[in-house]
Design a protein around this ligand. Structure first.
Ligand code: PBG
Length: 327
């Protein structure tokens, strides 16, 4: 009798058979590209900590969106860098706020694009925290008011999906209630449900100019050591009306993605965050890794872990890879 009887290598012998039995495939339909919009005209401020990404004024942002749609990326996540900040982040709720302007401009020129609007106060507050400060800490229930206002204003501007990233308790319920009251019952909520207090957000805070001026976010974002708690966060957001739930960051939390996927019958989003992106770029710039293979492997692993949707700064690059591979 031939030995060994089981030969798993048989299914790996040719490219064709490997393609046929591949369990996980990343497609442009799964990807959302984050973009940063700033005031002015014809402005492109390169974000040095995130090579290839820039803060763009509305006019250039629209052009960038056209390029993405041409590549097959039909969804973007918008972050705003406002002209002025205030103590409560009320600038984020203004009819002519920077993201509101951007949404209207994109929608006026591009029909087949889906805009996800990030909802949080940290880019809009003078102190850089994700809500209203009382006695040195973010006050949960006062912050819910501004978050709901910001959400309604973004929906009015034409946002297709509202994505609260603040981690206040009860925000999904409050936002759902206010969206419904204002007639936006068809606008889904993508909740940043299990969002960790992570050092991987470092480059983003330069990009969005949102670093806290004192302290850190540990009193509202999750402890990286916990995963049971992630399930409670996700469950609560589902109870309050979330349509999609997110785990963020992605790579150090693939186990959490898998637990959430196995526990809840929901679309799962993973955010492949700035620090994860910049580490790849830095290593590639030094010639230490094969960037393209790494990008494919990373996005595939996030999907294999259970994510249905991936927010990633690699989105455009991945689309180009898929086009070249003709998949
Ligand atoms: C805002 C927000 C952050 C990110 C997305 N939304 C930063 C933070 O919580 O400090 C991080 C995204 C990234 O690192 O790519 N609350």
């Amino acid at each position: 009798m031939a030995f060994p009887q089981t030969r798993l290598r048989r299914m790996r012998r040719t490219e064709t058979i490997r393609n046929m039995v591949r369990e996980t495939k990343v497609s442009v339909d799964d990807l959302i590209m984050p973009l940063f919009v700033c005031p002015g005209k014809n402005v492109s401020n390169p974000i040095t900590s995130m090579p290839g990404n820039s803060q763009l004024s509305v006019d250039l942002l629209v052009e960038e969106c056209k390029k993405l749609v041409a590549l097959g990326i039909k969804s973007v996540l918008l972050f705003g860098i406002p002209e002025h900040k205030d103590e409560h982040g009320l600038v984020a709720c203004e009819h002519n706020g920077i993201v509101q302007q951007a949404i209207r401009a994109i929608k006026a020129e591009i029909s087949d694009i889906m805009i996800v609007a990030d909802v949080c106060n940290c880019e809009y507050t003078t102190h850089g925290h994700c809500g209203t400060i009382v006695d040195g800490d973010v006050h949960n229930d006062l912050t819910l008011e501004t978050l709901a206002k910001q959400s309604v204003s973004l929906a009015e501007a034409g946002a297709d999906i509202i994505a609260p990233s603040d981690m206040m308790d009860g925000r999904v319920g409050k936002i759902r209630e206010e969206l419904d009251k204002n007639g936006f019952y068809n606008v889904p909520i993508m909740a940043y449900s299990a969002k960790y207090a992570s050092a991987f957000y470092g480059p983003f805070r330069e990009a969005a100019e949102s670093a806290p001026k004192f302290g850190n976010r540990a009193s509202y974002q999750m402890d990286p050591a916990n995963s049971n708690e992630a399930l409670r966060e996700v469950e609560q957001d589902i109870i309050e009306g979330a349509d999609m739930v997110m785990v963020k960051p992605a790579l150090s939390y693939l186990d959490v993605i898998r637990r959430v996927k196995d526990t809840f019958n929901m679309p799962i989003v993973a955010y492949n965050v700035s620090g994860e992106f910049s580490m790849v770029k830095a290593a590639a710039a030094n010639g230490w890794i094969d960037e393209e293979r790494i990008v494919k492997e990373i996005l595939t692993s996030i999907k294999r872990a259970g994510a249905d949707i991936i927010i990633t700064y690699h989105a455009a690059q991945m689309a180009e890879i898929l086009i070249r591979e003709n998949k």
